[in-house]
Design a binder for this molecule. Structure first.
Ligand SMILES: Cc1ncc(COP(=O)(O)O)c(C=O)c1O
Length: 455
């Protein structure tokens, strides 16, 4: 716990993204000093200006380009769909669409509506849910959204709703390939006993449900292909080769009636998302170096059946590194052997450490002049011992109240998982585009917002 010196390489950027740089010891986002941004937010929003989710526009765009370049050998048969669950900020969605994302993957009726609001054509939206509600299925079918068939009961509901509406529902089968993606158990979705998807040997039964569900005919469902998503924070290329093989085999060995009964377009292979991001430096907690989109697509391409369309639907790898959470120091205390740095952000803004033991590096916005560092646990004001942002960070041993820190890689699964626990308002969100061009894309909540639902 004693202070110790670090060399400058320990202050290097923990994420890879063109928008982030330290200039004269101050963190910049797309050319704008975060100290300047902080002052500006304070001026305009007072105490509600912190904590703040900050997104780098150039990093969002660069992340999209990595995928679109990787998919380019496929031309129109290589499709990039963004998973809204990672970050559902309307303006982030618009930025991703404008940068070249073709489709949006959703998991709820409201995500479908949000994707449409962001300008995605309804027919370019995928609705993937393991427990869809009738109103959500009605909404999806009404607008021509592509639905994943996740179970027998799901298939029956979809077929019935389509029959009632007198239209055809466009569908993919979500398969469970019983594959271990070597990720946190809460992030694995294709283990043999996961709740998601249909096992290969059950496909026939699900087809049966489509046919017999009071609907009396599969003409209300069009099967366009298969979908596999093995989980999130997956690093190994091999996993993608394995699922590509499983999907190709499924298409080849589809129950014969899929083609016989007029579903000739069953040629889409959706291999989900899941690609991890790379974090480096600072903590020494480097994980396995994750595959790049280029490597991932490279491993899949040779396994694709002739003429099939490849769909990828990443969330984290498109947005995580584009976001940081800027927070201010409230004070420091030592209890027992541990030094706690208390900040104004909490598990309400970044729940991943508490939920999955996820690691988010923390650095100073302005690098302290002294090279002395101490091991600190960065914690928030929420009344839970599980409320921490990061353990064992190397930070200045004598921070002042009001000093700014950033929690890295918070662009994914942070604002979209935020809560109002302890009646904390949701934080302000900002996109930075240039040295003096930032936009507040979600205003901070206030007490009025928190009380507005009470009757
Ligand atoms: C079906 C599906 N597709 C894509 C994703 C996106 O995953 P990630 O954000 O890890 O890329 C998820 C998230 O778990 C998912 O459930």
């Amino acid at each position: 716990m004693e202070g110790q010196d670090v060399n400058s390489k320990d202050e290097m950027l923990p994420v890879d993204g063109p928008g982030w740089s330290y200039v004269d010891g101050v963190l910049h986002c797309d050319g704008m000093s975060l100290e300047d941004l902080r002052r500006s937010l304070k001026r305009n929003y007072g105490h509600q200006g912190s904590p703040a989710h900050i997104y780098s526009h150039s990093t969002l765009v660069a992340n999209v380009k990595k995928y679109t370049n990787a998919l380019s050998p496929l031309g129109e048969r290589g499709v990039l769909s963004y998973s809204l669950k990672a970050n559902n900020n309307l303006r982030v969605l618009e930025a991703l669409r404008q940068a070249g994302v073709n489709m949006a993957t959703t998991v709820s009726g409201n995500e479908i509506l949000m994707a449409m609001k962001a300008g995605f054509a309804a027919t370019n939206i995928i609705y993937n849910g393991t427990g869809k509600r009738r109103w959500e299925v009605e909404l999806a079918i009404k607008y021509g959204v592509l639905l994943n068939l996740d179970s027998e009961f799901d298939a029956r509901l979809i077929a019935d709703v389509a029959r009632e509406m007198g239209v055809r529902a466009r569908c993919l089968f979500r398969l469970n390939p019983a594959l271990n993606a070597n990720t946190h158990p809460y992030l694995a979705t294709a283990l043999a006993d996961s709740k998601f998807g249909v096992e290969f040997h059950q496909l026939e039964k699900v087809l049966q449900a489509v046919r017999t569900g009071e609907s009396g005919g599969e003409e209300h469902v069009t099967v366009e292909g298969v979908h596999i998503h093995v989980g999130s924070a997956v690093s190994r290329t091999q996993v993608y080769a394995d699922i590509a093989r499983a999907a190709a085999r499924t298409l080849r060995e589809f129950p014969p009636q899929i083609r016989e009964r007029g579903w000739p377009r069953a040629s889409t292979i959706n291999l989900g998302g899941g690609l991890n991001i790379r974090l480096s430096g600072l903590s020494g907690k480097n994980e396995e170096r994750p595959a790049t989109p280029e490597k991932l697509v490279g491993a899949i391409l040779p396994l694709l059946p002739e003429g099939s369309t490849l769909l990828l639907e990443p969330g984290r790898s498109l947005v995580a590194t584009a976001g940081v959470l800027m927070t201010e120091v409230l004070g420091m205390k030592v209890n027992g052997e541990r030094r706690f740095l208390m900040v104004d952000a909490a598990m309400t803004e970044v729940i991943r450490p508490a939920l999955y033991g996820a690691h988010h590096p923390v650095t100073h916005v302005t690098i302290p002049s002294s090279q002395e560092r101490a091991v600190m646990d960065v914690v928030g004001p929420v009344c839970e011992s599980g409320d921490f942002l990061a353990h064992r960070c190397m930070l200045s041993p004598s921070p002042s109240s009001g000093d700014a820190l950033v929690v890295w890689a918070t662009g994914a699964y942070c604002s979209s998982m935020a809560s109002n626990y302890n009646l904390r308002p949701r934080a302000i969100e900002v996109i930075v585009k240039a040295p003096d061009l930032y936009t507040v894309v979600r205003r901070p909540e206030n007490f009025g917002d928190l009380i507005s639902c009470y009757m």
